[in-house]
Design a binder for this molecule. Structure first.
Ligand code: PMT
Length: 399
């Protein structure tokens, strides 16, 4: 039983939101309808009030409960926000972060997952502006329930019809299950690069931005996990809710992982750990002499291998950053480091690997299965890995 905010916008399909509200309530959820001003021209707020038993809100200053600020209370109480149907205009406002009515204000104020079921003319849906807004929202973790193909009210045919009610209700059910399937599970994640000091101003490092590891932390949090993120130096803001441990060097990351590994159920090593460090870090900046300079590098500990060797029943995931023969090298790391899963990425491929927002991963499982993922956002890659983790834990529990 969840508290669902149902946003209804000014599409011809607004009347279908009544059906959606009824089905959600039949599933045991409580529904709070929030209409845009345009939606009220197509369907009366009183219909939703009668159906849901809750007063409907439209304007930011609507205060159904005296003394309580509705847009904060409703935003905090919601377990999930569903906007169905969502027009191109509302999708654009959400992507821009506008807060010019109750629905968009709630969407900004809530930390509940947001699902959007668009409904609009096919030309509007496929327009690059709409697709750019959809991509922006997806990047932020918003889930889209794809519109269906069909004939529109205007007579045009194509993709743009509001998905059917069972599809929408099923997406909500699936999402609510996801939102709690890692409840009580402690996920430990490494992210970003390590910096190995040469002297107080120089270091040996690599191009990792931390985006892949932070996306994993976000996805694990979205599934209800307790997340500890051990991060090398990055310019990113860590996801809210994660316990963050900042380190600089591989040795510091090694010590942090050793300290937290026993308490975790799942370990994911997405960090690009420097395999070597300068043998000695100079205490003062080395002056330029014009002479050649030879740095002697010594190996760093293999963090992942060291903990995976004593993993017990923990699920351990590694990454393999490769420039050639990716599958062969990843396979060797999977078995050599005693992993349950390894995600291989070819860091030379455009759109994949370091710094960029996207990645193309191949997942290699300990039982020999191989799953090729398409080029997609790091958040979507992370979601798939976390789904695999959740599925593994479900099977282990025999559910
Ligand atoms: O941070 P981004 O800019 O988003 O880039 C993402 C990424 C390319 C860094 C990420 O997708 C990735 O591939 N991370 C692993 C990088 C890496 O170090 O790969 P590797 O093949 O060298 O190492 C194999 C595994 O052992 C990795 O899980 C790594 O974290 C771990 N390792 C490696 C060396 C070491 N000394 N200790 C380790 O734990």
């Amino acid at each position: 039983m969840a508290k669902i905010l149902l946003g209804v916008t000014g599409s011809i399909a607004a009347y279908r939101a009544c059906d959606i509200a009824r089905e959600l309530m039949r599933e045991g959820h409580s529904v709070q309808a929030v209409l845009t001003r345009a939606a009220t021209r197509l369907i009366s707020p009183d219909t939703f009030a009668a159906l849901t038993g809750n007063p409907v809100v439209v304007d930011v200053f609507d205060e159904p409960v005296p003394g309580q600020i509705a847009h904060i209370r409703l935003a905090q109480e919601a377990d999930l926000a569903l906007i169905a149907p969502a027009t191109a205009h509302t999708i654009a406002r959400l992507a821009l972060g506008l807060a010019d009515d109750m629905l968009t204000t709630l969407a900004l104020a809530t930390r509940a997952p947001i699902l959007i079921a668009p409904a609009m003319n096919p030309a509007m849906w496929s327009h690059p502006a709409t697709q750019a807004h959809v991509a922006t929202l997806r990047e932020r973790g918003v889930v889209f329930i794809e519109p269906a193909y069909g004939i529109m009210a205007c007579g045009d045919e194509g993709w743009g019809k509001l998905a059917d009610t069972p599809t929408i209700v099923q997406a909500v059910a699936l999402h609510l299950r996801h939102a709690s399937d890692l409840q009580g599970v402690h996920v430990l994640i490494t992210a970003g690069p390590t910096y190995e000091p040469i002297d107080p101003v120089r270091f040996v490092g690599n191009r990792s931005s931390g985006k892949m590891g932070y996306a994993l932390a976000e996805a694990a949090l979205a599934h209800g996990a307790t997340v500890t993120l051990i991060t090398g130096p990055t310019a990113l803001t860590p996801p809210a809710g994660a316990t963050v441990i900042r380190v600089q060097t591989a040795q510091q990351m090694y010590e942090a992982v050793q300290a937290h590994f026993d308490a975790c159920d799942v370990f994911i090593a997405a960090a690009a750990v420097a395999d070597y460090r300068p043998e000695r870090a100079l205490p003062r900046k080395r002056k330029r002499t014009g002479e050649a300079w030879t740095l002697r590098l010594v190996p760093n500990p293999d963090i992942l291998a060291s903990v995976a060797a004593r993993k017990g029943d923990r699920f351990v995931v590694g990454f393999a950053a490769e420039t050639d023969k990716a599958l062969q090298h990843a396979q060797a790391k999977l078995s050599g480091k005693n992993l349950d899963l390894i995600a291989a990425n070819n860091v030379l491929e455009p759109g994949s690997g370091f710094e960029v927002d996207t990645n193309r991963l191949t997942l290699l499982y300990a039982d020999g299965r191989i799953e090729e993922l398409p080029l997609m956002s790091k958040r979507a890659c992370a979601e798939r890995i976390i789904e695999v983790v959740a599925e593994h834990l479900r099977q282990r529990r025999g559910a």
